[in-house]
Design a protein. Structure first.
Length: 323
Protein backbone atom coordinates (compact mmCIF):
# COMPACT_ATOMS: atom_id res chain seq x y z
CA UNK A 1 0.00 0.00 0.00
CA UNK A 2 1.29 3.43 -0.94
CA UNK A 3 1.48 5.78 2.05
CA UNK A 4 1.55 9.57 1.91
CA UNK A 5 3.86 11.40 4.30
CA UNK A 6 2.34 14.61 5.63
CA UNK A 7 5.35 15.77 7.62
CA UNK A 8 6.88 18.26 5.17
CA UNK A 9 5.64 20.23 2.15
CA UNK A 10 6.95 17.59 -0.26
CA UNK A 11 4.17 15.21 0.87
CA UNK A 12 5.94 12.17 -0.56
CA UNK A 13 3.86 9.17 -1.66
CA UNK A 14 5.96 6.24 -0.54
CA UNK A 15 5.67 2.76 -2.03
CA UNK A 16 6.14 -0.38 0.10
CA UNK A 17 9.79 -0.90 1.03
CA UNK A 18 10.81 2.50 -0.29
CA UNK A 19 11.63 5.80 1.43
CA UNK A 20 10.55 9.38 0.98
CA UNK A 21 12.75 12.13 -0.39
CA UNK A 22 14.51 12.49 2.98
CA UNK A 23 15.71 8.84 2.81
CA UNK A 24 14.86 8.03 6.42
CA UNK A 25 11.07 7.64 6.38
CA UNK A 26 10.36 4.15 5.05
CA UNK A 27 7.08 2.40 4.18
CA UNK A 28 7.13 -0.82 6.22
CA UNK A 29 3.96 -2.89 5.86
CA UNK A 30 1.87 0.18 5.09
CA UNK A 31 3.25 2.32 7.90
CA UNK A 32 5.86 5.06 7.69
CA UNK A 33 8.76 4.45 10.05
CA UNK A 34 11.57 6.89 10.78
CA UNK A 35 14.40 4.36 10.65
CA UNK A 36 16.96 6.64 12.34
CA UNK A 37 14.85 7.08 15.49
CA UNK A 38 17.17 6.85 18.50
CA UNK A 39 20.28 6.48 16.35
CA UNK A 40 22.11 9.79 15.89
CA UNK A 41 25.19 9.93 13.66
CA UNK A 42 26.53 13.02 15.41
CA UNK A 43 26.59 14.06 19.06
CA UNK A 44 28.75 16.91 20.34
CA UNK A 45 28.86 19.70 22.91
CA UNK A 46 28.99 23.09 21.17
CA UNK A 47 28.84 26.70 22.32
CA UNK A 48 25.29 27.98 21.81
CA UNK A 49 26.75 30.80 19.69
CA UNK A 50 27.78 28.26 17.03
CA UNK A 51 24.18 27.48 16.06
CA UNK A 52 24.11 30.58 15.57
CA UNK A 53 22.13 31.83 18.57
CA UNK A 54 23.44 35.08 20.09
CA UNK A 55 20.37 36.06 22.12
CA UNK A 56 19.54 32.75 23.80
CA UNK A 57 21.28 31.87 27.09
CA UNK A 58 24.62 33.18 25.75
CA UNK A 59 27.91 31.68 26.82
CA UNK A 60 26.41 28.27 27.62
CA UNK A 61 27.19 24.83 26.16
CA UNK A 62 24.53 23.00 24.17
CA UNK A 63 24.33 19.25 23.63
CA UNK A 64 23.91 18.81 19.88
CA UNK A 65 22.65 15.78 17.99
CA UNK A 66 21.63 14.78 14.46
CA UNK A 67 20.66 11.71 12.50
CA UNK A 68 21.40 11.27 8.82
CA UNK A 69 18.92 12.49 6.21
CA UNK A 70 17.39 15.77 5.08
CA UNK A 71 14.39 16.88 3.06
CA UNK A 72 16.46 19.53 1.29
CA UNK A 73 19.35 18.78 -1.03
CA UNK A 74 21.31 22.03 -1.01
CA UNK A 75 24.17 22.03 -3.48
CA UNK A 76 26.27 23.97 -0.96
CA UNK A 77 25.51 21.86 2.14
CA UNK A 78 28.40 21.91 4.64
CA UNK A 79 27.16 18.74 6.36
CA UNK A 80 26.41 16.82 3.18
CA UNK A 81 28.28 13.73 4.37
CA UNK A 82 25.46 13.00 6.84
CA UNK A 83 22.56 15.05 5.48
CA UNK A 84 22.65 13.28 2.12
CA UNK A 85 23.61 9.86 3.42
CA UNK A 86 21.43 6.79 3.17
CA UNK A 87 20.66 5.27 6.61
CA UNK A 88 21.89 1.84 5.53
CA UNK A 89 25.35 3.34 4.98
CA UNK A 90 25.39 5.39 8.19
CA UNK A 91 27.58 4.95 11.23
CA UNK A 92 25.32 5.70 14.18
CA UNK A 93 25.16 5.27 17.94
CA UNK A 94 22.22 4.07 19.98
CA UNK A 95 20.82 6.98 22.00
CA UNK A 96 17.11 6.90 22.87
CA UNK A 97 15.49 10.16 24.06
CA UNK A 98 16.12 9.47 27.75
CA UNK A 99 19.82 8.98 26.99
CA UNK A 100 19.94 12.25 25.06
CA UNK A 101 18.75 14.03 28.18
CA UNK A 102 21.15 12.10 30.42
CA UNK A 103 24.08 12.97 28.14
CA UNK A 104 23.10 16.65 28.18
CA UNK A 105 22.91 16.63 31.98
CA UNK A 106 26.25 14.87 32.32
CA UNK A 107 27.88 17.47 30.07
CA UNK A 108 26.42 20.35 32.08
CA UNK A 109 24.35 21.61 29.15
CA UNK A 110 21.22 23.66 29.92
CA UNK A 111 19.89 23.02 26.41
CA UNK A 112 19.78 20.43 23.62
CA UNK A 113 20.07 21.36 19.94
CA UNK A 114 18.62 19.30 17.11
CA UNK A 115 21.03 20.39 14.43
CA UNK A 116 23.65 19.58 11.75
CA UNK A 117 21.13 17.95 9.36
CA UNK A 118 17.50 18.98 9.96
CA UNK A 119 15.22 18.00 12.84
CA UNK A 120 12.25 18.26 10.48
CA UNK A 121 13.08 14.79 9.11
CA UNK A 122 13.94 13.08 12.39
CA UNK A 123 10.83 14.72 13.77
CA UNK A 124 9.60 12.00 16.15
CA UNK A 125 13.04 11.62 17.70
CA UNK A 126 13.38 15.38 18.19
CA UNK A 127 9.84 15.62 19.57
CA UNK A 128 10.21 12.80 22.09
CA UNK A 129 13.66 14.00 23.17
CA UNK A 130 12.29 17.53 23.60
CA UNK A 131 9.46 16.26 25.76
CA UNK A 132 11.91 14.36 27.99
CA UNK A 133 14.19 17.40 28.15
CA UNK A 134 11.32 19.71 29.11
CA UNK A 135 10.41 17.36 31.96
CA UNK A 136 14.02 17.52 33.15
CA UNK A 137 14.20 21.32 33.00
CA UNK A 138 16.44 21.36 29.92
CA UNK A 139 15.64 23.69 27.04
CA UNK A 140 15.29 22.69 23.39
CA UNK A 141 16.70 24.35 20.28
CA UNK A 142 15.98 23.73 16.59
CA UNK A 143 18.62 24.51 13.99
CA UNK A 144 16.63 24.19 10.82
CA UNK A 145 15.79 25.18 7.27
CA UNK A 146 12.17 25.42 8.35
CA UNK A 147 10.70 22.94 5.86
CA UNK A 148 7.93 21.41 7.95
CA UNK A 149 4.14 21.46 7.72
CA UNK A 150 2.13 23.53 10.17
CA UNK A 151 0.44 20.76 12.19
CA UNK A 152 3.64 18.92 13.19
CA UNK A 153 5.40 22.25 13.71
CA UNK A 154 2.79 23.43 16.21
CA UNK A 155 3.11 20.16 18.13
CA UNK A 156 6.88 20.54 18.26
CA UNK A 157 6.73 24.20 19.28
CA UNK A 158 4.92 23.21 22.49
CA UNK A 159 8.18 21.79 23.84
CA UNK A 160 10.76 23.91 21.99
CA UNK A 161 12.27 27.11 23.38
CA UNK A 162 14.27 28.53 20.48
CA UNK A 163 14.88 28.10 16.78
CA UNK A 164 17.46 29.48 14.42
CA UNK A 165 16.08 29.27 10.90
CA UNK A 166 18.21 29.46 7.77
CA UNK A 167 16.47 31.49 5.08
CA UNK A 168 18.38 30.37 2.01
CA UNK A 169 17.20 33.18 -0.27
CA UNK A 170 14.09 35.21 -1.04
CA UNK A 171 13.30 33.66 -4.42
CA UNK A 172 11.52 30.48 -5.47
CA UNK A 173 14.13 30.07 -8.21
CA UNK A 174 16.95 29.73 -5.69
CA UNK A 175 15.03 27.25 -3.54
CA UNK A 176 14.09 25.06 -6.50
CA UNK A 177 17.47 25.11 -8.26
CA UNK A 178 19.84 25.08 -5.27
CA UNK A 179 17.85 23.34 -2.52
CA UNK A 180 15.23 21.21 -4.24
CA UNK A 181 12.51 22.92 -2.22
CA UNK A 182 10.24 25.99 -2.16
CA UNK A 183 10.33 29.30 -0.29
CA UNK A 184 6.74 29.85 0.88
CA UNK A 185 6.65 27.01 3.47
CA UNK A 186 9.81 28.36 5.11
CA UNK A 187 8.28 31.80 5.58
CA UNK A 188 5.10 30.22 6.94
CA UNK A 189 7.21 28.17 9.37
CA UNK A 190 8.80 31.35 10.74
CA UNK A 191 5.48 33.16 11.17
CA UNK A 192 3.95 30.11 12.87
CA UNK A 193 6.91 29.65 15.25
CA UNK A 194 6.76 33.36 16.11
CA UNK A 195 3.05 33.06 16.92
CA UNK A 196 3.82 30.13 19.25
CA UNK A 197 6.20 32.25 21.33
CA UNK A 198 9.43 30.58 20.22
CA UNK A 199 12.61 32.64 20.50
CA UNK A 200 13.67 33.15 16.87
CA UNK A 201 16.90 34.03 15.15
CA UNK A 202 17.49 33.92 11.40
CA UNK A 203 20.49 33.30 9.19
CA UNK A 204 21.32 33.75 5.53
CA UNK A 205 24.31 32.16 3.81
CA UNK A 206 25.41 34.79 1.29
CA UNK A 207 26.58 33.05 -1.91
CA UNK A 208 28.38 35.03 -4.62
CA UNK A 209 26.27 35.63 -7.77
CA UNK A 210 23.26 33.71 -6.39
CA UNK A 211 21.74 35.68 -3.49
CA UNK A 212 24.21 38.49 -2.76
CA UNK A 213 22.62 41.45 -4.58
CA UNK A 214 21.46 44.56 -2.72
CA UNK A 215 17.92 43.86 -3.92
CA UNK A 216 18.02 40.36 -2.41
CA UNK A 217 19.32 41.67 0.92
CA UNK A 218 16.66 44.39 0.96
CA UNK A 219 13.94 41.82 0.30
CA UNK A 220 15.18 39.61 3.13
CA UNK A 221 15.51 42.34 5.75
CA UNK A 222 12.14 43.84 4.72
CA UNK A 223 10.32 40.54 5.19
CA UNK A 224 11.95 39.80 8.54
CA UNK A 225 11.24 43.28 9.88
CA UNK A 226 7.61 43.27 8.73
CA UNK A 227 6.69 39.70 9.67
CA UNK A 228 8.96 38.87 12.64
CA UNK A 229 9.99 42.29 13.97
CA UNK A 230 13.09 44.43 13.71
CA UNK A 231 14.41 42.99 16.98
CA UNK A 232 14.82 39.53 15.43
CA UNK A 233 18.55 38.73 15.13
CA UNK A 234 19.80 38.22 11.58
CA UNK A 235 23.10 36.45 10.88
CA UNK A 236 24.74 36.88 7.46
CA UNK A 237 27.08 33.92 7.00
CA UNK A 238 30.10 33.59 4.76
CA UNK A 239 29.92 30.91 2.07
CA UNK A 240 32.84 28.56 1.42
CA UNK A 241 32.96 26.13 -1.53
CA UNK A 242 31.33 22.85 -0.46
CA UNK A 243 29.71 19.69 -1.81
CA UNK A 244 28.43 20.39 -5.34
CA UNK A 245 29.16 24.10 -5.30
CA UNK A 246 32.93 24.17 -5.40
CA UNK A 247 33.12 26.35 -8.49
CA UNK A 248 32.19 29.56 -6.64
CA UNK A 249 34.64 31.56 -4.50
CA UNK A 250 34.18 32.31 -0.79
CA UNK A 251 31.98 35.30 -0.10
CA UNK A 252 34.05 38.52 -0.05
CA UNK A 253 34.08 40.07 3.41
CA UNK A 254 33.03 43.41 1.88
CA UNK A 255 29.84 41.80 0.58
CA UNK A 256 28.90 40.59 4.06
CA UNK A 257 29.64 43.94 5.66
CA UNK A 258 27.54 45.68 3.02
CA UNK A 259 24.65 43.32 3.70
CA UNK A 260 24.92 44.09 7.41
CA UNK A 261 24.94 47.84 6.80
CA UNK A 262 21.88 47.60 4.54
CA UNK A 263 19.94 45.74 7.24
CA UNK A 264 21.04 48.05 10.06
CA UNK A 265 20.25 51.19 8.04
CA UNK A 266 16.76 49.85 7.43
CA UNK A 267 16.03 49.45 11.14
CA UNK A 268 17.07 45.90 11.96
CA UNK A 269 18.41 46.04 15.51
CA UNK A 270 20.72 43.04 15.74
CA UNK A 271 22.63 42.09 12.59
CA UNK A 272 25.70 39.89 12.71
CA UNK A 273 28.27 38.45 10.33
CA UNK A 274 29.35 34.84 10.76
CA UNK A 275 32.29 32.75 9.52
CA UNK A 276 34.38 35.94 9.65
CA UNK A 277 36.54 37.08 12.56
CA UNK A 278 35.37 40.67 12.97
CA UNK A 279 34.81 42.10 16.44
CA UNK A 280 32.20 44.75 15.59
CA UNK A 281 29.96 42.53 13.46
CA UNK A 282 29.75 39.95 16.25
CA UNK A 283 29.12 42.53 19.00
CA UNK A 284 25.66 43.07 20.47
CA UNK A 285 24.81 46.73 21.02
CA UNK A 286 21.86 48.32 22.77
CA UNK A 287 19.19 49.11 20.15
CA UNK A 288 18.52 52.41 21.93
CA UNK A 289 21.80 53.97 23.09
CA UNK A 290 24.22 51.72 21.12
CA UNK A 291 26.25 50.82 24.20
CA UNK A 292 28.17 47.56 23.94
CA UNK A 293 26.24 44.77 25.65
CA UNK A 294 28.09 41.62 24.57
CA UNK A 295 31.46 41.06 22.94
CA UNK A 296 32.37 37.83 21.18
CA UNK A 297 35.45 36.31 19.65
CA UNK A 298 34.34 33.75 17.13
CA UNK A 299 31.93 31.50 19.01
CA UNK A 300 33.26 32.54 22.41
CA UNK A 301 31.42 35.07 24.56
CA UNK A 302 34.07 37.38 26.04
CA UNK A 303 31.87 39.96 27.81
CA UNK A 304 28.22 40.18 28.83
CA UNK A 305 27.09 43.48 30.36
CA UNK A 306 23.34 42.82 30.31
CA UNK A 307 21.54 43.27 33.62
CA UNK A 308 18.33 41.27 33.85
CA UNK A 309 18.05 41.32 30.06
CA UNK A 310 18.44 45.10 29.82
CA UNK A 311 21.10 47.63 28.88
CA UNK A 312 22.96 48.80 32.02
CA UNK A 313 23.28 52.32 30.57
CA UNK A 314 19.73 53.18 29.47
CA UNK A 315 17.72 50.25 30.92
CA UNK A 316 16.33 49.35 27.49
CA UNK A 317 15.14 45.73 27.39
CA UNK A 318 16.81 43.58 24.75
CA UNK A 319 15.12 40.80 22.79
CA UNK A 320 16.29 37.41 23.96
CA UNK A 321 16.28 34.67 26.59
CA UNK A 322 18.99 35.57 29.09
CA UNK A 323 18.56 33.35 32.16
Amino acid sequence: MVVQCDLCPKRCRVRPGESGDCRIRVNVDGKLLAVTYGFPSAAHVDPIEKKPLFHFIPGTPVFSIATVGCNLHCLNCQNWEISQQDPVDAIAMRMPPEDVVARAKAAGCPSIAYTYTDPSVYYEYALDSSRKAREAGIRNVLVTAGYLNEKPLRELCRVVDAATVDIKAMTEKFYREVCGATLAPVLHYLVTAKSMGIHLETSNLVIPTLNDSDAEIQSLRRWIKEKLGGETPLHFLRFFPQHRMRHLPPTPTDTLMRAREIALAAGMQHVYVGNVLDAESSTTRCPSCRSVLMRREGHLLRENRLVNGACPSCRKGVYGVWK
